[in-house]
Design a protein around this ligand. Structure first.
Ligand code: 5GP
Ligand code: ZN
Length: 121
């Protein structure tokens, strides 16, 4: 896909900090991390979103994310790892990618369930 930023990264037309590569996927550092160690697992093939992903490629990405996620946690001494996939309006780059976010969901709860319920009900 000509005007896709991730296709350009995969072709080497735009620089990236690459961490892993095989025949199907790459793992790169996110350019604008929300946590330290925020990385993206990206298929080499241009596939827009997860609803269009072939099952075998999803399975491969899951396997690689499991293996690399452990390595990421070990290297960063992180206690947790959150995996996210954005879809629809929440997805900015329209080339499927899986976010690996060390410690992202390991935070203090600041409000009671009742307080949150009063805000969001
Ligand atoms: P999403 O599409 O899931 O909302 O998020 C896209 C992600 O891609 C963001 O976290 C953003 O920082 C990252 N990103 C966007 N452009 C680039 C880029 O050129 N290089 C890298 N490494 N990451 C990018
Ligand atoms: Zn693409």
């Amino acid at each position: 896909m000509d005007n896709c930023i991730f296709c350009k990264i995969i072709k080497g037309e735009i620089p990236s900090k690459k961490l892993y590569e095989d025949d199907k996927v790459v793992i790169i550092m996110d350019i604008n991390p929300v946590v330290d160690g925020h990385v993206l697992v990206i298929p080499k093939e241009h596939i827009v979103d997860y609803t269009e992903m072939p099952d075998d490629l999803l399975a491969h990405i899951s396997k690689i994310a499991k293996e690399y996620g452990k390595e990421l946690m070990r290297k960063l001494e992180s206690k947790g790892l959150t995996l996210t996939v954005n879809y629809g309006d929440a997805q900015v780059v329209k080339h499927y990618h899986l976010h690996l976010l060390p410690d992202y969901n390991i935070k203090e709860v600041e409000k009671t369930v009742e307080e949150v319920y009063e805000i969001i009900k």
